[in-house]
Design a protein around this ligand. Structure first.
Ligand code: SPQ
Length: 427
């Protein structure tokens, strides 16, 4: 065995991953504005979703949580009360953008803030259409940045051509549209994840989808529901790549959500030559899910561009790591949205992978990775971005020598227990 491979330990085992973050947020939100009891099984208990729960508690909703099981006493939109405290979303872009859609319908004053990362992320992509619907929203730079103060109610339905394929923008407008005076339509440039559309229907609401055009009638009433949250494919992605690039690995991940608007990672890994098997597919449910087995394999570089980008946007950091272990170049294009995530993920991915010895360069709308490189342990930093922290932890499994990750507590934002689970797979 060479010096390089001596310390590399295969990853083996069967694992369960935490609930889907996007679905968990939406289940809490719709349960809070619906009438009657909502039960959620398998909620993600990461910090982002706990912040969503805290926001709705401040709006007067009774929410009981026992681990990943949650019960919500929904009193309908009109049952929410003006909060005496500021709503704080922490690090969660989904919480603030989707909540703005709900706050826009509430005829009282709310102030919403988040952490330093949220303070830098653009909110005008949501506040511009919500103001068109007649919500009153004030914030720094004319409503572009937090803190934001909202006074809503009496909304007009609108037709909105979104300049960006963003589920957060689409969802904020659709959530506001549920309680507007007439139909609201959002037209997307490319399809983004459709969890909000599925969830509105699960709560008895109406949505129509015609290609890239999604509409909701106004003045709707939602009814409490039982929601089973599948495992998060964006969390599974770290183990799908780990299983592919750590020699002699074999990992089975149970109950992974396979909503087609989220499965770009599987399409790209398969195109790269990954050995992935899908079993026990459950297709007759609100959100499809299955078990996925991955075995180590030889990867090759690919182009990742166009309308697949929204289907894997959060998986680009871990795909960049996979590309460092693939033969040939991987070119990632059309992904400028990465610049407005928890960090500028083009900069953080390129900078941190370079620290480990990767041959990678940033471009205006993505990155180019020249494979294959041998990674070497170094001191690296998540910069407070959970997905960068997890990507670096997987990189440490193949890097020669010791890797130290600064600020790795950020991982709990979407994946409590991630590092422990990774350790438990090492054979
Ligand atoms: O919630 P947040 O902070 O925006 O989380 C991220 C992530 O990596 O977990 C993005 F940074 O996921 C977004 C995702 O990128 C979650 C999401 C959703 O649940 O609607 C949609 C995507 O964002 P966008 O801006 O494309 O709508």
């Amino acid at each position: 065995m060479s010096e390089l491979t001596k310390h590399i330990v295969p990853l083996k085992g069967t694992m369960k991953i935490p609930g889907d973050k996007s679905i968990s947020h939406r289940a809490i939100m719709l349960g809070s504005i619906a009438h009657g009891k909502t039960k959620i099984n398998g909620l993600l208990t990461g910090e982002d979703c706990l912040n969503t729960i805290e926001c709705f508690k401040k709006l007067g909703v009774n929410i009981d949580r026992n681990g990943d099981y949650v019960e919500i006493e929904g009193k309908g939109l009109t049952g929410l009360i003006e909060p005496s405290e500021v709503l704080d979303v922490g690090n969660s872009g989904t919480t603030i953008r989707l909540m703005l859609g709900i706050l826009a319908s509430l005829p009282f004053h709310t102030v919403i803030i988040g952490d330093d990362s949220i303070a830098k992320r653009p909110m005008d992509r949501v506040t511009i259409p919500l103001k068109q619907m007649k919500a009153s929203i004030q914030g720094r730079e004319n409503g572009k940045f937090t803190p934001l103060a909202v006074h809503g109610g009496g909304l007009n339905g609108i037709k909105y051509q979104s300049p960006v394929a963003s589920a957060q923008v689409k969802s904020a407008i659709l959530l506001a549209g549920l309680f507007a005076n007439k139909e609201t339509t959002v037209i997307e440039p490319e399809s983004s994840r459709d969890h909000t559309e599925r969830m509105i229907q699960a709560f008895g609401g109406k949505v129509t989808v015609d290609g890239l055009k999604i509409s909701v009638p106004g003045e709707q009433k939602l009814t409490g529901a039982t929601i089973n949250v599948p495992g998060d494919i964006s969390s599974a992605a770290f183990f799908l790549v780990a299983g592919s690039i750590v020699p002699n690995s074999e990992i089975t991940i149970k109950n992974v959500g396979l909503n087609p608007t989220r499965t770009g990672i599987l399409d790209i890994l398969k195109a790269m030559g990954a050995d992935i098997t899908i079993q026990n597919l459950q297709n007759d449910v609100m959100e499809p899910y299955a078990d996925i087995t991955v075995r180590a394999s030889t990867l090759k570089g690919v182009e990742i561009a166009g309308d697949i980008i929204p289907r894997l946007i959060d998986e680009i950091p871990i795909l960049a790591l996979a590309a460092t272990q693939a033969e040939g170049d991987t070119v990632i294009k059309d992904a400028a949205e990465l610049k407005v995530k928890e960090t500028n993920r083009i900069d953080t991915v390129v900078h941190e992978l370079k620290q480990l010895g990767a041959n990678i360069e940033a471009t205006d709308d993505g990155m180019i990775i020249h494979g294959k490189s041998s990674l070497k342990g170094a001191v690296v930093n998540s910069h407070g971005d959970h997905r960068i922290g997890m990507m670096l932890a997987i990189a440490s499994c193949i890097a020669e020598g010791k890797t130290e990750i600064k600020n790795n507590q950020a991982i709990t934002i979407s994946y409590p227990g991630f590092l422990e689970q990774l350790e438990s797979l090492k054979q």
